[in-house]
Design a protein around this ligand. Structure first.
Ligand SMILES: [Zn+2]
Length: 228
């Protein structure tokens, strides 16, 4: 039996998580496990690592929503009264990605970076910029780091809401990729626990358990642990 083809969505997510050694490569592995062919063809790429950052971040957030059945919750304290406010981040609350390059001169521009650009640059913004400068034939590409900032539409940056207690503005400086991966790690940990409970109780092998639908496996694990 080919367990990779029959494994449930959560089983494939857990396997993808093991493939990444750092946040970005983990994000790429998750996107590859849950690639959306329509989206890839819209952006004219074959590999999710080549999606513009803004599109890739939104796909990652959508993957969390699909797998967990809820938005990504971010809790922050109000600086005015100290009450905690919870913001729910969803694909619809962050708005759609707009695919565009920033024009920097005649025949020259800066495109939005991708996860592949970030992985290849090893954290050096000048390398990212050099990879993202684009130009017409015979034109020397120009563009600054400020242009690169304008081009990227990642989900990193301030999230704004209003305190439910006192009405003061609450701003959270958030890194969307790190938050989504942190939340997905919790989903994976729950999956591992469920698999462990069923394997211990019934002696089923891994591919049998991973082939159960996620809903069925969760119900059986709840029965085993006495939660229901
Ligand atoms: Zn407040």
């Amino acid at each position: 039996m080919d367990s990779a083809r029959t494994a449930s969505p959560l089983a494939r997510l857990a396997a993808a998580f093991e493939d990444g050694t750092d946040l970005l490569s983990q994000a790429v592995a998750v996107l590859r496990a849950r690639a959306d062919r329509t989206e890839l063809s819209f952006y004219e790429v074959d590999d999710p690592a080549d999606l513009p950052l803004g599109a890739a971040d939104r796909r990652l957030l959508a993957a969390y929503e699909e797998l967990s059945g809820r938005g990504l919750e971010v809790t922050a304290p109000c600086s005015g009264c100290g009450a905690r406010t919870t913001l729910s981040l969803t694909a619809s609350s962050v708005g759609p990605h707009v695919w565009a390059s920033v024009r920097t001169g005649p025949g020259s521009g800066v495109r939005e970076p991708t996860y592949a650009d970030l992985l290849a640059s090893a954290g050096d913004p000048d390398v990212v910029l050099a990879r993202c400068r684009v130009a017409a034939d015979g034109v020397v590409p120009v563009g600054t780091l400020a242009d690169l900032d304008r081009a990227e539409q990642s989900l990193a940056g301030p999230l704004r809401s209003v305190c439910v207690e006192c009405g003061d503005p609450v701003v959270v400086d958030a890194d969307g990729v790190a938050m989504v991966l942190g939340a997905l790690a919790t989903v994976c940990a729950d999956f591992d626990r469920d698999v462990h409970l069923l394997a211990s109780r019934y002696g089923w092998d891994l591919s049998t358990i991973e082939a159960l639908s996620d809903h069925r496996r969760q119900r059986l694990a709840a029965l085993v642990s006495g939660v229901v």
